[in-house]
Ligand binder design. Structure first.
Ligand SMILES: Cc1cc2nc3c(=O)[nH]c(=O)nc-3n(C[C@H](O)[C@H](O)[C@H](O)COP(=O)(O)O)c2cc1C
Length: 277
């Protein structure tokens, strides 16, 4: 089961391994998985967060064939409030002056093999045992400083784990004006007044999934503050493209942050978010 939106977790719950019958959320995928075998060898797999256990015999799970639609809902959190920071509650009543941080990162849209090395890979950020994307980190810091929710643009089809293959695929998508199908329904982002859009520069422009996002949303009359992460090209055509896609929105240049420097820039990013609420 692929995860829609950002799943709130307690960092202290992240661990290696599982017991057969566990239902785990794998942070590096991200997947919810019913783990019904290989308990003895599971210690090698990190990034696991346990969210429950099955209540039927393990053999019943092992015997299942085909695919099934499953809906996972938060019934109630510790404060008795079922609202969470995910795309699913974008449809709630939004107060008059509200903001949302919307981001797209390669990480959330790629199925990496277990144990992928975020430490030696410049394009992945290790964050408390979790792999995060550059745009994701920036969006999270903005959301903390601006006091707003985050929403992730997620494609239906994952991009290849191999970086160069993703680069090639993105070029082909751009040449063909291809619109990836989105897994996350962000159509109600238009209820927010201010959208911090945090995205990577892909081939001088928006990742095509961000075009899909704009196809799904009407952001007329809204303010879109664009923050770009890149490896040298800064904004390129991104802001001009967004102005064309959303001619009736106020689109402003926010931050351009080099991917390899994102962590060094944390305080500057947080300060920018405080000053640009
Ligand atoms: C498909 C693809 C195309 C890219 N094209 C550019 C580019 O044209 N200019 C640039 O400066 N960086 C480019 N990059 C680098 C990313 O913008 C940069 O690594 C960014 O920090 C990644 O953010 P993320 O971790 O949120 O996905 C590209 C990366 C990918 C995967």
């Amino acid at each position: 089961m692929r995860c829609y939106g950002r799943t709130p977790i307690n960092e202290d719950d992240v661990h290696y391994g599982w017991l057969n019958g566990d239902i785990d959320y794998a942070l590096n995928a991200p997947y919810f998985t019913i783990l019904f075998e290989d308990e003895d060898e599971s210690e090698q797999y990190g990034y696991q967060v346990n969210i429950g256990v099955i209540t039927c015999p393990i053999a019943d799970i092992a015997a299942l064939q085909g695919s099934f639609d499953v809906r996972i809902e938060l019934a109630e959190n510790s404060e008795g409030d079922a609202s969470e920071n995910t795309a699913e509650n974008a449809g709630q009543d939004i107060t008059a002056s509200s903001a949302a941080a919307v981001y797209f990162s390669r990480v959330g849209n790629t199925d990496f093999p277990a144990g992928v090395d975020a430490v030696t890979s410049a394009s992945l950020q290790a964050d408390n045992g979790t792999i995060k994307g550059n745009a994701q980190l920036i969006a999270e810091w903005i959301s903390e400083e601006a006091g707003c929710e985050t929403f992730e643009i997620l494609t239906d089809e994952a991009y290849p784990a191999d970086y160069d293959e993703t680069v090639d695929q993105a070029k082909t998508e751009q040449r063909n004006s291809f619109r990836p199908v989105l897994r996350s329904d962000l159509s109600e982002i238009g209820q927010y007044d201010t959208i911090y859009l945090v995205i990577p520069n892909w081939w001088g422009d928006l990742p095509m999934a961000v075009y899909s996002f704009f196809d799904a949303c009407d952001l007329s009359g809204k303010t879109i503050k664009v923050c770009i992460t890149h490896e040298g090209s800064r904004f390129s055509r991104t802001v001009d493209t967004i102005r064309q896609l959303e001619p009736d929105a106020e689109v402003t240049e926010g931050l351009a942050v080099r991917g390899g420097s994102v962590k060094d820039e944390e305080q500057n990013i947080r300060q920018w978010a405080r000053e640009n609420k």
